[in-house]
Ligand binder design. Structure first.
Ligand SMILES: Nc1ncnc2c1ncn2[C@@H]1O[C@H](COP(=O)(O)OP(=O)(O)OP(=O)(O)O)[C@@H](O)[C@H]1O
Ligand SMILES: C[C@@](O)(CCO)CC(=O)[O-]
Ligand SMILES: [Mg+2]
Length: 412
């Protein structure tokens, strides 16, 4: 028995970091995916283990189900239903992660493996929405579930992950990983309504997406510490979104926007960068509040411009210039927040030579930079020809993806 789920990465057009502090941000999913296949062994294949295979890294981690059961026996399994993973449960999972031999150079994987174990044990255990306990009536249910949890047995499984997204580069690899994992696990949870009975890739209804997004957000919290939720929301819902304080407004662009993504290949860690901005905010509260307010205005204006009726051929340059100006202003504010990097500045200077505007995307500190490619195709060809050997390009289009590519999907 097997299911595959895939979820897209994203770019942030405006508002990263500010969105953690309540500003509006604008993001779009991109056509690069993380895929997760969960395979439950037949009786003959069953070796009693839970395995995580990271195909791109040629790594495999394995735990016996009885050992997981033993390690979590002290945990209150109803903890899985709380809006955030409790420390006691997480420290038991940490012990399970630490006994694996993670190569030193790949130490960042530890948080991803912990998120995997959290999502697997919780969704396998219950599969209820994490927000369930916010409803007072369900407190009674929690008592009952605590009793039931004594009888929960996790199923042995092999979970394989592969991704087209560069890891730790600002394209939402952690969110795509959490969305695809949650989708695959939920499709086998008897407690959920996700219907994977039909053949082929599928799309889901709003309440199902909400459930999936809620679980993916829990995974992101384990990897990021304090995520805003924009990355998992862009990956779950697809297309373009405006996002503020947990609220999503989906919209589409009236015109195709072409962006070039340049990967500086400088590794960084979103959790550390987000923490750095929070520290700066504590030191300079008034000044940073003004920065976040400016970010909010820029993102709001950007979303209005993008969704406005398509301009005619003459007005198209004006349309692109407005977007470029807002991207430039946003990049300036990201520099104020301290999340740019010498490698990012090099890309900015290089693209500027060809009158092209760029900004960092995602958490910054290295990672990826986006450049708006105006309709002038000659300039575009020239730019790619000049710099093809210097950077790794991941081209994509902001046209709304076709139906079949909208969201995380399931395939039985
Ligand atoms: N395919 C994957 N397999 C295993 N772990 C992954 C995978 N993709 C992401 N991760 C986890 O996510 C971490 C990277 O997340 P991080 O948030 O730092 O970068 P990002 O999501 O690529 O960038 P951003 O958050 O700026 O968009 C990795 O160190 C790992 O723990
Ligand atoms: C840096 C950040 O704003 C975006 C990372 O893609 C973090 C977040 O919103 O969770
Ligand atoms: Mg991330």
């Amino acid at each position: 028995m097997e299911v595959t789920a895939r979820a897209p990465g994203k770019i942030i057009l405006s508002g990263e970091h500010g969105v953690v502090h309540g500003s509006t941000a604008v993001a779009s999913s991109i056509g690069l995916y993380t895929s997760v296949t969960i395979h439950f062994p037949s009786q003959n294949e069953n070796d009693g283990n839970l395995k995580l295979r990271l195909r791109d890294l040629s790594l495999e981690f394995s735990w016996s189900i009885s050992h997981i059961q033993e390690c979590l026996k002290e945990s209150n399994k109803a903890d899985c239903l709380k809006p955030s993973a409790p420390a006691a449960y997480l420290s038991n999972l940490q012990a399970l992660v630490e006994e694996q031999h993670i190569p030193e150079a790949k130490f960042g994987l530890a948080s991803g493996i912990k998120a995997f174990l959290w999502l697997y044990t919780c969704i396998q255990g219950y599969g209820f929405p994490v927000c369930l306990l916010l409803d007072p009536l369900s407190l009674i249910l929690a008592e009952f579930l605590q009793l039931v949890s004594l009888f929960i047995r996790y199923k042995p499984a092999t979970v394989s992950v592969s991704s087209e997204l560069p890891m730790s580069s600002g394209l939402g690899s952690s969110a795509a990983y959490c969305v695809a994992l949650s989708a695959a696990f939920l499709s086998f949870s008897s407690a959920t309504k996700l219907d994977v009975g039909k053949q082929g890739w599928q799309e889901f209804e709003d309440d199902e997406l909400k459930l999936l997004n809620g679980w993916a957000f829990e995974g992101e919290k384990i990897i990021h510490g304090k995520p805003s939720g924009i990355d998992n929301t862009a990956s779950t819902y697809g297309n373009m979104i405006k996002f503020k304080s947990g609220n999503l407004t989906p919209f589409t662009s009236s015109l195709p926007l072409r962006m070039l993504i340049t990967n500086t290949k400088v590794g960084r860690n979103t959790k550390a960068l987000v923490a750095g901005v929070s520290e700066r905010t504590k030191r300079h509260y008034e000044a940073m509040a003004c920065v976040f307010s400016a970010v909010d205005s820029i993102s709001t204006e950007l979303s209005e411009i993008i969704k406005a009726p398509a301009p005619n051929d003459i007005a198209i340059t004006e349309f692109e210039e407005k977007i470029e100006e807002l991207m430039e202003m946003n990049q300036g504010l990201l520099q104020c927040m301290g999340v740019s990097h010498a490698s990012i500045e090099t890309v900015l200077r290089t693209t500027l030579k060809y009158k092209l505007t760029s900004k960092l995307t995602g958490a910054g500190g290295g990672g990826c930079v986006i450049t708006l490619l105006p309709t002038c195709i000659l300039e575009l060809i020239f730019f790619i020809w000049i710099h093809f050997n210097l950077y790794h390009y991941l081209p994509f289009s902001l046209n709304p993806p076709s139906n079949g590519e909208k969201l995380s999907h399931f395939d039985r």
